[in-house]
Write a protein that binds this ligand. Structure first.
Ligand code: UD1
Length: 361
């Protein structure tokens, strides 16, 4: 049997690595890269470090408005799926590549398996939320990372084909944590000491697209009297430049290019606290046992907040600074995201599902 996997953006390369390794034990995998992320530091480095096979197709779609980007992907993915005729399509997460892949497959009556199904921030102004909801509703097989995700799907009437498998990012983390310690020299390269610096990432449109939000976040970081390492997403750099803020970065804030997975894992593992608006990083902070300050008003990873290891502060200078100074989790951590065998369960459940519900074009 043939499975087509569709990836395109940074977090999907990380999620696809452990799943692809498992899938290839039982199936022929056709890997399709939409080209949503295309810079070396946003794409190739993840394939190299994580040992992901070279994509069979790179559609080279690149940047654009949401409609243009998603539309171009939809047309190009459809061509590949028609040519390859896979038995199922796997999509990951919540990006425009996810939605385009799911829609292209569903329209061709190819079963769609969604990895990281059922997440909701309940904020339809986030492009990712629209992508999640629509992808779940055109998926036939839904692999959920948490019980909350399973309940979210049930609340929308989706009960069939739902499997609680845990989070594939735990698999990726377990596989690479030791390697990161061995190979990464990121702390030495940026000149920080373990436990004595913060890490920040910002790339959500709700922050990057508003000068006052970016100025408030940078202002709070400048008030913190210790080093802050800030790997800058290309979208964020572009906006900082446009706002005239690149020239006003506080002296304690160290900007870097986007980092590879191994550097990012080691940098986060030794940070005192992590500030982010990324979904994946909130979870990685939890897995690494580092307190997380989320620069948003909502999150799809509610378990991290409920467990006391993550706090939502939006992009207000005082709230951000207050959390940096005072937020300190006291509760012991639990296994919120599964046992680290999500990829294996995905292979098994997918096999069982396809055996009993086999349908071809
Ligand atoms: C996308 C996902 C988001 C995910 C994030 C991870 C959607 C709607 N959003 O956001 O869910 O968390 O990826 O990084 O799919 N750019 C480059 N080089 C690159 C990639 C992007 O310069 O390799 C710049 C371009 O200016 C582009 C902008 O970043 O316009 C935004 O890229 P895009 O793919 O639209 O979304 P992200 O903000 O990266």
């Amino acid at each position: 049997m043939k499975i087509a996997s569709i990836v395109g953006a940074r977090p999907q390369f990380i999620k696809c690595a452990p799943v692809s390794r498992e899938i290839r034990k039982d199936y022929q995998e056709v890997l399709i890269h939409t080209g949503q992320h295309y810079d070396h530091g946003m794409s190739e480095i993840f394939f190299e470090e994580l040992g992901i096979p070279k994509p069979d197709y790179n559609l080279g779609i690149g940047s654009g408005t949401h409609g243009h980007q998603t539309g171009a992907m939809l047309a190009a993915i459809e061509d590949v799926l028609e040519r390859e005729g896979p038995d199922a399509v796997i999509v990951y997460g919540d990006t425009n590549s996810t939605l385009a892949g799911a829609l292209a497959a569903a329209k061709l009556h190819i079963p769609v398996a969604h990895v990281e199904a059922g997440l909701r921030s309940f904020d339809r102004r986030m492009p990712e939320e629209v992508n999640r909801v629509l992808t779940d509703h055109c998926s036939e097989i839904l692999f959920c990372p948490t019980k909350t995700a399973v309940s979210n799907l049930a609340a929308e009437g989706i009960r069939k084909g739902v499997f609680l498998v845990g989070d594939v990012m735990v698999d990726a983390m377990n596989y690479n944590r030791g390697v990161a310690e061995e190979r990464s020299r990121i702390l030495e390269n940026v000149g920080v000491e373990p436990g004595d610096y913060l890490v920040v990432t910002v790339h959500r449109p709700s922050n990057t697209d508003r000068r006052d939000s970016m100025a408030a976040i940078l202002g709070a970081l400048g008030d913190v009297e210790r080093p802050v390492v800030f790997p800058v997403h290309p979208r964020t750099r572009k906006f900082l430049d446009e706002y005239g803020l690149l020239a006003k970065i506080p002296a304690n804030v160290i900007l870097t290019e986007p980092l590879g997975y191994l550097d990012m894992i080691r940098l986060m593992a030794h940070a005192e606290k992590i500030l982010t608006d990324s979904g994946g990083i909130q979870k990685e902070a939890y897995l690494l046992g580092v307190p997380c300050i989320t620069l948003r008003e909502n999150t799809e990873w509610v378990e991290t907040v409920e467990s006391g290891w993550n706090v939502l502060v939006g992009a207000e200078r005082d709230r951000v600074l207050d959390a940096v100074l005072h937020f300190s989790p006291t509760v012991r951590q639990k296994n919120l995201f599964g046992e680290g065998n999500a990829s294996l369960l995905i292979r098994k459940f997918l096999g069982r599902y396809l055996d009993t519900n086999q349908r071809r074009l």
